[in-house]
Design a protein around this ligand. Structure first.
Ligand code: FAD
Length: 621
């Protein structure tokens, strides 16, 4: 049989991490195999069909800036787009899209099938070929052997997956899919630190059985936001509304009365679930004083009546799920199309990974996605891209690459994971980034596309579009700096009217744009013509208004960079460092940071402790 059995990179798992990993490695010119359980589920959203949101859209736009698929697939599959925190500062603004599950999947599959250097093969991976401490390939559950120089493992919630509905349990990777037990056992035999986490999903509802007239309608934004830097409104399918419903005291009574039938409260599940996406039983238990919780009733697609009730994820038994749903106004006659469930799965301690996402124990083996203890499509996709590109760089004999914390949320994500590990499913928030004014969703392309081009991830079309946008921003900023408004002119009168202050001397348009009362649209036409491209105008405005703060953050980064490179020797005995508290010593001993800057990012390790370490290092020399 003449089947290509030798590849540069093999990616296991066609979820969000695996698809970005495979696309990245193939874009970089490596012969790549994507091995997945089922081609029909490539890019499948296991839970909520939505992409983006606070902190997460930043990751999606970074993936996009590096040539990845998620944002473009969202533009092709998105049926409701909104910008969250639109009235707040640009650092915390976030685009969120409700996606048509089927269209999103089709968009991802289309990209995979049309990617040169990429082969997709449907089979479960059952074993890794490991030679000493180096991975050499993969064996499928039916015994087909594929050899490769590197392997990227992206198996999501499937390793040792156990599904819970009430006190009933079954084995599965997600509802309707088999778990990966052979591979889970094999990995447990290797020297990785394995633990268990859990997550859950709500029951799905039939829209025909819902009374929308009593629910609050939530339309998308106008004009419709776009997710990808290469995206356009013309790519979007028809747009629809979501709706909002509320739990009530009766709902909460039903849940309280049945807590003993919940696997989490009866002790059947003792693993930890996502703190920021808790089950409804968690919410009513933890916030017992609240008499109501919001539920977003979200369409699953344009060609289906199925709805996703976001906010009532549960593992209660089916009869209780039905009672809970039907206690909610507007859902009294709701038909459940699929029960909600919780799933427990294996994950690996991400502190056993390097910044490249290569494992420390097995060379050329990379881990990405939910198996590293994260939750969310965006977190998975971002890791996948990084692992895929580093697997390719290894094949090409190049050093690994990973963004710093001041360059990308992806840098924050990876650094948090490998330095701190995680005890609960990790999701991204803007609050996790100390330099969030620099890491905005609006400038991910300006931060990363040039690097992506150097890495070989960004194709000619994206590069040309980026280059012309960057030039337009520079040209427009230069024009605003060189265009002046003289006192006593109609333009000065307009400014006085808007700001309540008369101009006593000439001001450049750039100076005027820095005034809080004036926006780009106000000043740009006072002298000459404004640019038409809204993304260019937005960038010019943000850079003008926040320049002072941005410069200050840059100063802090420059100071820290001086320490970034200061290594902490592996032999450093923290017990002998005078002045450190017992708690900080314990944390440093557990994390064993490689540099002083990394030590400073461990939660609880104070700037004072970092200074003590610095002094100690100087004394040792
Ligand atoms: P997955 O998307 O799970 O993809 C794993 C892929 O690997 C699948 O295609 C699978 O078929 C394949 N695979 C597994 N084992 C093998 C093997 N041995 N051989 C070949 N292929 C294999 N995230 C949120 O952001 N919000 C939520 O509310 C949310 N709720 C969730 C509820 C449930 C029930 C589940 C299961 C997940 C939920 N998630 C949620 C998490 C989200 O689905 C994941 O974070 C995300 O899908 C992880 O992406 P991944 O690529 O790591 O894994």
């Amino acid at each position: 049989m003449n089947y290509p059995d030798r590849f540069d990179v093999i990616v296991i798992g066609g979820g969000h991490a695996g698809t970005e990993a495979a696309l990245a490695s193939a874009r970089m010119g490596c012969q790549t195999l994507l091995l997945t359980h089922n081609i029909e589920t490539l890019g499948q959203m296991s839970c909520n069909p939505a992409i983006g949101g606070i902190g997460k859209s930043h990751l999606v736009k970074e993936i996009d800036a590096l040539g990845g698929a998620m944002a473009l697939a969202t533009d092709q599959g998105g049926i409701q787009f909104r910008v969250l925190n639109a009235r707040k500062g640009p650092a915390v603004r976030a685009t969120r899209a409700q996606a048509d599950r089927v269209r999103y999947k089709a968009a991802i599959r289309g990209m995979l099938e049309n990617q040169i250097n990429l082969t997709v093969f449907q089979q479960a991976a059952g074993d890794l070929i490991v030679d000493g401490d180096t991975v050499r390939g993969v064996v499928t559950e039916t015994g087909i052997r594929f050899h490769s120089e590197t392997v990227v493992l992206c198996t999501g919630t499937f390793l040792g997956g156990v599904i819970h509905i009430g006190l009933d349990q079954s084995r599965g990777g997600r509802a309707g899919d088999p778990p990966s037990n052979a591979l889970a056992q094999r990995l447990r035999a290797l020297p990785f630190n394995v633990a268990r986490l859990k997550t859950g999903t709500p029951p799905r509802l039939d829209a025909k059985s819902i009374d929308f007239s009593v629910l609050e309608e939530q339309p998308g934004d106008t004009p419709t936001p776009v997710m990808s830097y290469l995206g356009s409104r013309g790519m979007h399918p028809r747009q629809v509304s979501c709706h909002i419903a509320h739990t009530n005291e009766r709902t909460h009574e039903i849940i309280f009365a049945n807590l003993d039938r919940s696997p989490m409260y009866s002790g059947v599940i003792d693993t930890i679930g996502p703190r920021y996406c808790p089950s409804i039983e968690d919410k009513v238990h933890r916030f017992a004083d609240k008499s109501s919780h919001q539920i977003f009733i979200e369409p699953e697609g344009l060609d289906t009546h199925e709805l996703y009730p976001n906010g009532i994820s549960t593992s209660l038994p089916f009869d209780v799920q039905l009672e809970v749903v039907r206690s909610i106004k507007g859902l009294e006659n709701a038909h459940i199309t699929r029960p909600g469930y919780a799933i427990e799965y294996d994950f690996f301690d991400p502190r056993d990974l390097r910044h490249s996402l290569e494992t420390k124990f097995i060379h050329n083996l990379f881990f990405a996605g939910q198996i590293n203890g994260t939750t969310g499509y965006e977190e998975a996709g971002a890791q996948g891209l990084l692992a895929g590109l580093n697997a390719a760089r290894r094949v090409q004999g190049q050093e690994s690459w990973s963004p710093r914390r001041d360059e990308a949320y992806l840098g924050v994500l990876v650094d948090d994971l490998i330095t701190l590990g995680t005890q609960e499913p990790y999701r991204m928030f803007t609050s996790r980034a100390e330099y969030r004014l620099l890491l905005r969703e609006d400038n991910a392309d300006l931060r990363l596309t040039e690097i992506g081009r150097e890495l070989g991830l960004v194709d000619d079309d994206r590069w040309a579009a980026f280059d012309s946008k960057r030039e337009a921003i520079e040209r427009e900023s230069a024009r605003l700096k060189a265009s002046w408004v003289q006192p006593g002119t109609p333009a000065a009168a307009f400014v006085a009217d808007k700001t309540g202050k008369t101009l006593s001397r000439e001001y450049s348009l750039m100076d005027l744009l820095r005034r809080p009362e004036l926006g780009y649209d106000d000043v740009a036409n006072l002298v000459g013509d404004a640019v038409e491209d809204a993304a260019v105008a937005e960038q010019v405005q943000i850079q003008a208004k926040y320049q002072g703060y941005i410069d200050r953050q840059q100063d802090e980064i420059d100071k820290l960079k001086r320490h970034e490179a200061t290594p902490l020797p592996e032999s450093l005995d923290y017990d002998r460092v005078e002045g450190l508290s017992h708690e900080i010593r314990q944390k440093l001993k557990a994390a064993r940071p490689e540099t002083l800057a990394q030590a400073g990012r461990i939660s609880g390790v104070t700037p004072a402790a970092v200074s003590i370490l610095l002094i100690h290092l100087k004394k040792r020399r």
